[in-house]
Design a binder for this molecule. Structure first.
Ligand SMILES: [Zn+2]
Length: 220
């Protein structure tokens, strides 16, 4: 639903709370990654004193409204379940959750829909394993214009012996074609060290820092 009139606008969608910070004594400013409208930011009024306090990782029904003369919107959030609950009891899962949410807040423009990434985020939160996290980052990179392609050698087309990845194109290179360039190519299979290189490129383009939560994911 999308309503807009001369007094402001209202958006409604499912969404995940991905960041919250206190604002005054009772309120918080939240970022919510919504299915239909991407990341929205706004106030959750009374959040710190509510009986059912909103929490990062909760998924629910979001209504977001903003007046035309106000930058910051106001949320109404109806929690359905907490997808972060498994992470609260597992330090490794929590690292993946923190990295995902920090990247979403840092890299996605507000009010731009990323429905594939939303679906991938819901899926990844259900697992929060090293592999599910890596697959989620590949979706994130693809959505941000860095589609990595491991299907065939970008030079000769063969589909076997794919042991390198070109930093420039993000496409696989076979052992023979890559031999003259060893040292300038990334190794396959893909891992978090390699995806970090591409995330650094994304961040440079946006002039933002790579979130600490993502950098620290390397050192495990
Ligand atoms: Zn080749």
């Amino acid at each position: 639903m999308f309503l807009c009139n001369n007094r402001g606008m209202k958006l409604e969608s499912d969404g995940i709370i991905v960041a919250m910070r206190p604002f005054g004594e009772r309120d918080v400013v939240a970022h919510i990654f919504t299915e239909k409208f991407g990341v929205l930011s706004g106030m959750l009024r009374g959040a710190t004193v509510a009986k059912n306090k909103p929490m990062v990782g909760q998924v629910g029904v979001v209504a977001w409204g903003a007046r035309l003369d106000s930058q910051l919107g106001v949320f109404h959030f109806e929690a359905q379940k907490n997808l972060g609950v498994s992470a609260m009891m597992d330090a490794n899962k929590l690292k993946y959750l923190n990295a995902m949410f920090a990247l979403l807040v840092a890299l996605l423009p507000e009010r731009e829909a990323y429905q594939n990434l939303y679906a991938a985020t819901i899926d990844a939160l259900a697992e929060l394993t090293p592999d599910s996290y890596l697959q989620w980052e590949l979706v994130l990179l693809r959505e941000l214009g860095y589609a990595l392609d491991f299907s065939h050698c970008s030079n000769c087309g063969r589909t076997d012996n794919l042991i390198y990845l070109s930093p420039r194109t993000g496409r696989a290179v076979c052992g023979e074609c890559g031999a003259p360039y060893v040292g300038k190519l990334f190794d396959l299979p893909i891992n978090l060290r390699t995806t970090l290189r591409f995330l650094e490129s994304v961040c440079r383009g946006l002039d933002v820092a790579v979130p600490d939560y993502r950098i620290f994911l390397q050192h495990k």
